[in-house]
Write a protein that binds this ligand. Structure first.
Ligand SMILES: CSC[C@H]1O[C@@H](n2cnc3c(O)ncnc32)[C@H](O)[C@@H]1O
Ligand SMILES: [Zn+2]
Length: 426
């Protein structure tokens, strides 16, 4: 007997199917009728893998809409870091996480890769709500509310790893912020701990031209070559952005099987540039997709991000065949899960049940000829009806099962009232 049966779903390329789920895993896809503890009647809705948002700072949902017209450097130094200095606390992180997780589920995401402060709060919220998150607090060569010295950061990282290693749904990740905020000795200490504990490392790399110049001036190398010369790179390093890579750097990224997280909308909004990810994909580089934080995007909508990614690659390459829909969907789903060793992202027996059901029986999705292409080009995240994470239903008929929407409104109002008056003095 299955724990959950999805009845009468449309699986692109396969037609109408029933999907049986047991212990969080898809254990049957076919036309057989079976018994289950819980049944979802899909009534012909389309089933797709859920999204994996592989680079974000979800608690920044509380800073959404602030500092809309700055470059990355000015946005961080003049707006975001002063506000974070003033407002970030365990309560801020917890409330922001709940708001960000709600938005993520409503738009079909079941895995987040997060970097922020007080990440233990995010871990607790994620476990309560039932979503997967790679958790790591940002490590920098200057004091923050998390730690003051390199020694303290590493000590706290060790403690953090102990708490979350082997936990349900969430896993610890080491997060050096960037090569321009972490010197070689910090990066090497982090690499040592990652090797010791078999952890993923999540870092911002080559986001702006300015960063490339800064690293070249300081170390005489481009960012990826700098990391390579330290012996930092491996298949467990997840690099967000990677907008400005030389030919030599692209070869190293492929050789080391480094994971690249493309964040097109944040890169556009902060005027950082457009990463040539179609070139990366054709070289066989493992490309995933992320929104970045909701204060530089300004949302956590992976469907929209996927559509933007495809259109940008075509617009820049002048190639209408650049980034076909199947590849785009794989980047936004399977590539994210597999980058951190989770067997999900495919609607196939043996894969973990991270799934969405999409109502494609709507005027803007009809007539329906190509469900994958029309998901990316025509659908909106509000067409996502049901979200399942590791076999657990988090949203059905667009109703969140584990989050109270009224409480979210209360949180957003409470923080707006506190933060708004500080904006005038920025
Ligand atoms: C110390 S936790 C993470 C740190 O990163 C800041 N941040 C948010 N978005 C970006 C980005 O695109 N590039 C670099 N840093 C970013 C965030 O505000 C936190 O301070
Ligand atoms: Zn970021």
């Amino acid at each position: 007997m299955f724990d959950l049966l999805i009845k009468d779903a449309q699986l692109p390329g396969k037609g109408r199917v029933n999907i049986g789920i047991k212990d969080g895993v898809i254990s049957y896809v076919g036309d057989r009728e079976s018994h289950a503890k819980e049944i979802i009647h899909a009534h012909g809705k389309y089933v797709f893998p859920a999204f994996a948002n592989m680079h974000t700072h979800i608690s920044m949902s509380l800073l959404r809409g602030i500092g809309a017209d700055f470059s990355l450097k000015d946005w961080l130094e003049k707006v975001i870091w002063p506000l974070e200095g003033k407002f970030v606390s365990p309560e801020f992180v917890r409330d922001g996480a709940l708001l960000g997780i709600a938005e993520s589920i409503l738009s079909g995401t079941t895995l987040l890769m997060d970097m922020y402060f007080f990440e233990e709060e995010i871990g607790a919220v994620a476990q309560e709500v039932g979503i997967r998150i790679g958790l790591g607090f940002g490590i920098l060569d200057f004091p923050t509310k998390v730690a003051k010295t390199q020694e303290e950061y590493i000590k706290r990282a060790r403690e953090f790893v102990k708490v979350f290693k082997g936990a349900h749904l969430v896993f610890p990740v080491l997060c050096p912020h960037a090569p321009y905020t972490c010197g070689p000795s910090t990066l090497l200490k982090i690499k040592e701990l990652a090797d010791e504990e078999n952890l993923y490392i999540h870092i911002h790399v080559a986001e702006t031209k300015e960063e490339v110049e800064r690293i070249r001036e300081t170390y005489g190398k481009t960012p990826v070559m700098h990391l390579e010369s330290l012996g930092f790179l491996s298949d467990r390093v997840i690099c967000a952005h990677m907008v400005w890579l030389s030919e030599e750097e692209r070869q190293v990224v492929k050789e080391r099987n480094v994971k690249v997280v493309h964040c097109p909308e944040s890169n556009l909004k902060l005027a950082s540039g457009i990463a040539p990810v179609w070139d990366y994909v054709r070289r066989g580089i493992h490309v995933c997709l992320g929104t970045d934080g909701p204060a530089s995007n300004d949302n956590l909508d992976m469907l929209e991000e996927t559509s933007t990614m495809v259109k940008l690659q075509r617009g820049v390459s002048l190639d209408p065949k650049a980034m076909d829909s199947e590849t785009a969907l794989r980047i936004a789903t399977y590539n994210g899960f597999s980058a951190c060793g989770i067997k999900a992202g495919k609607v196939e027996e043996g894969y973990e049940a991270d799934l969405i059901l999409v109502d494609m029986d709507k005027p803007h999705l009809q007539p329906l000829y190509d469900p994958v292409a029309q998901l990316i080009y025509s659908a909106k995240s509000s067409d996502i009806d049901t979200v399942i994470c590791k076999g657990k239903v988090l949203m059905e008929k667009r109703e969140l099962k584990t989050i109270d929407m009224d409480y979210l409104r209360f949180i957003a109002k409470k923080w707006r009232e506190q933060i708004e008056s500080s904006l005038r003095s920025l």
